[in-house]
Design a binder for this molecule. Structure first.
Ligand SMILES: *Cc1c(COP(=O)(O)O)cnc(C)c1O
Length: 362
């Protein structure tokens, strides 16, 4: 049998592992931070109608610039962060925020260039960085998973990267960053600063978004996604807000017609039902806080979370615990520093199944 090593593959890809959160068919899937609530019947009907509307024109390419969708996304962000003052020209959309990040690195990274990130953080950041031929530099988070601004600035000054990744709230720890840390990194960074806000909608009241920093800072990019709070992971729609010049830069690397007409129509319909989709966020936040309290009550170490997942530990053998839970039909994620596990916040029934499984596994 031929293996990929028999092929003339790029040297820097040899020995690498693909992204691989297991996709297993289990009764309780709490491993990829999706919103557990499916679209309502009303929304399902609206989505089907929206797809039917574009179906008759699928012989034609879609709007390459996705202008109507970008207008809708800008309006949504202005509602999320009053005073953001965003227009369609400040917003760009792609197939998941992963594609957004790849386009950012295609435009601002590449061979001979580097990215600084602070791990433990989103496992796709180093993968996307390397895929784009950019060098990944891990500057580490603090022991408590926070990020001391002085240390972050020192790392940026030492490595002078072309791109810095900050994740807030951070995955897999749930830690939100204060704006002062982001401002300090921006002031020190010679290149672009990307704040990955995939979980922004779950942040605690009073935690401001990096969107508020955008005016007058053309090297700042804030990325968001419809995969998490928006409950549309299957749609594959990520987006960013930045200075219009950043959007111009991304047009140089994006594939023409990258966002299908179906994706654009589905995403616009979802945004039109924003209130419906985001109505579960309050419930998930309360479930998260209950979960943190319960795990602490059981004697676990638990990271403070501003997101829809919780990192807990520490286990001398986390693989054993992960397998024991899986044996009871509960799939969580082995991610983050050794000894820790991450569980996504599900429905009350799913969380009850998780709590029972944990108790029986120990
Ligand atoms: C889940 C996640 C994303 C999302 O990716 P999509 O491609 O939009 O589904 C991006 N960043 C972080 C930190 C995530 O956890």
């Amino acid at each position: 049998m031929t293996s990929l090593n028999d092929l003339p593959i790029r040297d820097d890809l040899r020995g690498r592992e693909p992204y691989g959160a297991p996709q297993l068919d289990v009764p309780v899937a709490l491993n990829t931070n999706e919103n557990p609530y499916p679209p309502s019947d009303r929304l399902v009907k609206a989505l089907a109608e929206a797809v039917a509307d574009v179906a008759g024109g699928l012989n034609r390419y879609p709007d390459r610039d996705a202008m109507a969708l970008r207008e809708d996304l800008a309006a949504f962000l202005n509602g999320d962060t009053p005073g953001a003052g965003l227009t369609a020209r400040h917003v760009w959309a792609a197939n998941g925020s992963n594609e957004i990040l790849l386009q950012i690195l295609q435009a601002f990274g590449g061979p001979g260039r580097s990215v600084v990130g602070f791990e433990p953080s989103y496992s796709m950041h180093p993968i996307i960085t390397r895929v784009s031929g950019t060098r990944w530099i891990d500057a580490r988070r603090d022991e408590d998973f926070g990020l001391d601004p002085g240390r972050a600035v020192a790392a940026v000054e030492e490595h002078r990267p072309d791109v810095v990744f900050l994740t807030s709230p951070n995955n897999p720890t749930g830690t939100a960053l204060p704006l002062e840390t982001i401002e300090a990194v921006l002031a020190a960074a010679p290149g672009m600063v990307v704040v990955d806000e995939a979980y922004a909608e779950f942040r605690r009241a009073g935690t401001p978004s990096a969107l508020t920093l955008l005016p007058g800072r053309p090297r700042l990019i804030v990325t968001r996604t419809m995969s998490k709070a928006f409950a549309m992971a299957g749609t594959r729609l990520g987006y960013l807000a930045a200075d219009p010049a950043v959007v111009d830069a991304l047009q140089l690397v994006r594939m023409p017609y990258h966002l299908s007409a179906v994706t654009q129509a589905v995403a616009r319909t979802a945004i039109a039902h924003e209130a419906d989709l985001l109505s579960t966020v309050g419930m998930l936040r309360r479930e998260r806080d209950d979960l943190v309290a319960w795990l602490r009550g059981e004697g676990f170490e638990v990271a403070d979370s501003d997101a829809n997942f919780v990192l807990f530990g520490r286990f001398p053998d986390r693989d054993r615990v992960w397998r024991a839970l899986l044996g009871k039909g509960v799939l969580i994620r082995q991610v983050g520093p050794p000894g820790w596990l991450r569980v996504s916040v599900g429905t009350p029934e799913e969380m009850a199944a998780f709590r029972n499984a944990i108790k029986e596994s120990l």
